[in-house]
Design a protein around this ligand. Structure first.
Ligand code: PMV
Length: 331
């Protein structure tokens, strides 16, 4: 009983920060993302019916206890649904920096969900896969789908899932990720979400989310880059304001992050179509229409503090891989 799946990370344009129910990962607010192409997580799950325990290999090495336990808890949800008593071998590799605010947990839990459900012979609709992926990592529920995706916060497990907002080909945007630091962040987003409610700004951020979601949805549907740029930057700034006013405060943005955000804002004022968004890490996502991408990429590469620029276009949905798919060579 084996299956291999591939999923892409996603960039939240309207961000999820804080849970109304941590166990179920029901978010404090809805969110909208763009799935990122050319960045992949490939995961193979093999259930061994006669075996106790799971073996988890991540990035070519046995996973440390917290990560392997998180994978096992996720597999338990799938084993329970399938009525399966089996240990699993899980092998997973991502071809981009892990744990540095590039949403590696989104692609990781989306790929794990799709592979494990297929290996357990569960036949699930994309919405059900999205609900399951959400339990592993909230943002993973969006990586089940390609293109532009909305996660409806919902009020319980059954109503909190993502759905496509516009398909991959709708608007050829490019995300240029200026990598300022590629090591793992010191505090993961699971712990970060827990701190959100300690910020006095979180209630206001959550109260305004419906209006920002509407603005973002409209900007995407109308392909209005100026409108998208202003709502994406506002939403990212609000999330970091919450992080920085939590107790204890969380500072994911470094001095080089802030300097780069200011530079990009100057470029936009001078007429270059580009905006920024920062997740739970120091790296800066620079979003632009495809015809501005070469200029933005060259300018980013020349900025002090930028180690590398990763380029991603709008990506596709998570999918099962056949054994002869070239992507299986990653694992
Ligand atoms: O899915 P998590 O627990 O890794 O949280 C994701 C949090 C952000 O990336 C900062 C925002 C988002 O909506 O993806």
């Amino acid at each position: 009983m084996t299956a291999t799946a591939q999923a892409n990370p996603n960039l939240a344009l309207i961000k999820y920060w804080g849970n109304r129910d941590e166990g179920l990962r029901l978010p404090a607010n809805g969110s909208i993302s763009m799935t990122l192409g050319e960045l992949h997580t490939v995961t193979r799950v093999t259930f061994q019916v006669d075996r106790e325990g799971d073996r988890v290999v991540l990035q070519g090495a046995p996973a440390a206890a917290p990560a392997s336990e998180r994978v096992s808890r996720h597999l338990d949800l799938i084993r329970d649904s399938a009525g399966l008593r089996a240990g699993a071998d899980v092998v997973s590799t991502s071809d981009f920096p892990i744990g540095a605010g590039l949403a590696s947990s989104a692609s990781a839990f989306a790929a794990l969900t799709v592979a494990a459900a297929a290996a357990a012979r569960l036949s699930l609709r994309p919405m059900e896969l999205s609900r399951l992926a959400r339990r592993g990592s909230g943002s993973a529920c969006r990586s089940i789908f390609g293109g532009f995706v909305e996660w409806f916060a919902g009020t319980d497990d059954a109503t909190s899932f993502a759905a496509p907002l516009a398909p991959e080909g709708h608007w050829p945007l490019v995300d240029l990720v200026a990598v300022i630091r590629a090591e793992e962040k010191s505090l993961g987003s699971t712990e970060g979400h827990r701190l959100a409610s300690t910020s006095p700004l979180q209630p206001q951020r959550v109260a305004g989310a419906a209006a920002r979601l509407t603005a973002c949805r409209q900007a995407i549907l109308l392909r209005d880059f100026d409108a998208l740029a202003s709502i994406v930057e506002e939403d990212s700034d609000l999330m970091h304001a919450v992080m920085e006013t939590s107790s204890p405060p969380l500072h994911y943005r470094l001095a080089a992050t802030d300097a780069l955000i200011s530079a990009v804002r100057r470029w936009r004022k001078a007429g270059l179509a580009v905006c920024t968004s920062v997740d739970a890490g120091p790296n800066v996502h620079c979003l632009c229409p495809i015809d501005a991408a070469d200029t933005v990429e060259a300018r980013l590469a020349a900025q002090p503090g930028v180690g590398r620029v990763i380029r991603a276009s709008v990506g596709a949905a998570a999918r099962l891989l056949s054994p002869d798919d070239p992507l299986t060579r990653l694992i």
